[in-house]
Design a protein around this ligand. Structure first.
Ligand code: PMT
Length: 222
């Protein structure tokens, strides 16, 4: 059995990918399955934490003993995370959040018109939820982000850690069959205090446990 080093701690984790509606039947989305976020939820629960999992568009079984809150868009994910984070000792943003959403979603299905070219899709920026959660963190709360990079992985991760203001940032390479939808992941856990911990390719649970190790080391003693 796992060491109960998260007993008495509340953690909130986001998983999956947001969907930004264009009309009632279409959306802009991404390939996140939620597997990495669910692995974080299962391992935290096994280590004794009280776990809230904010799940964006996942098709995975709810982990036993975990409170799951389903959401759709980035705005919904933001509201659920802000609420749960207010009571949490640690916050982990493993969800893939759309940076932009359609500016003018419509209430009825967009029709194809004969001989007429489609209108371009205008986009507006979504709020940066991780940056907001970092800025609003309670004393002693540990905030963890993920970074999905297709190139210059470490440099991109270090830049994101500084920009988002979180305590830990887990940088993983995506694209070409990596990370999205797979059962295994490889990453480097970057810390604002300068620590950098490489985690070799292995089950998403193994990476999740290394993330919790890094969180536990930074939580104030209860
Ligand atoms: O779900 P799986 O199939 O298991 O795949 C796992 C994963 C690849 C999705 C996961 O490991 C991962 O990398 N998640 C983060 C994906 C992401 O959105 O990365 P990003 O580099 O675009 O964003 C950086 C961080 O800011 C993330 O913590 C993200 O949640 C957060 N963010 C991004 C945009 C935004 N508007 N608000 C945010 O809070």
């Amino acid at each position: 059995a796992a060491t109960p080093d998260l007993a008495g701690r509340r953690v909130v984790i986001s998983a999956g990918g947001t969907r930004e509606p264009l009309d009632p039947v279409r959306y802009l989305g991404n390939h996140s399955s939620g597997k990495q976020g669910y692995a974080l939820a299962r391992t935290a629960q096994a280590r004794g934490a009280e776990v809230t999992l904010v799940a964006a568009n996942t098709a995975l079984p709810a982990p036993a003993g975990v409170t799951v809150e389903p959401v759709g868009s980035a705005e919904e994910l933001r509201a659920a995370m802000r609420k749960a984070a207010a009571e949490a000792d640690a916050v982990v943003m493993a969800a893939a959040v759309a940076d932009f959403r359609p500016a003018n979603p419509v209430g009825q299905k967009i029709k194809k018109r004969d001989g007429v070219d489609p209108d371009p899709i205008a986009l507006v920026r979504n709020p940066d939820i991780l940056a907001e959660l970092s800025a609003a963190r309670r004393p002693g709360q540990v905030v963890v982000g993920f970074a999905a990079e297709t190139e210059n992985v470490l440099a991109g991760g270090r830049a994101k850690l500084a920009r988002k203001g979180c305590d830990l940032l887990v940088v993983n390479q995506v694209g070409g069959g990596l990370a999205f939808g797979t059962d295994e992941n490889e990453a480097v856990i970057l810390a604002a205090d300068g620590d950098e911990t490489p985690v070799p390719l292995g089950p998403k649970e193994a990476l999740a446990d290394r993330v919790w190790d890094a969180v536990v080391r930074r939580l104030p003693t209860p």
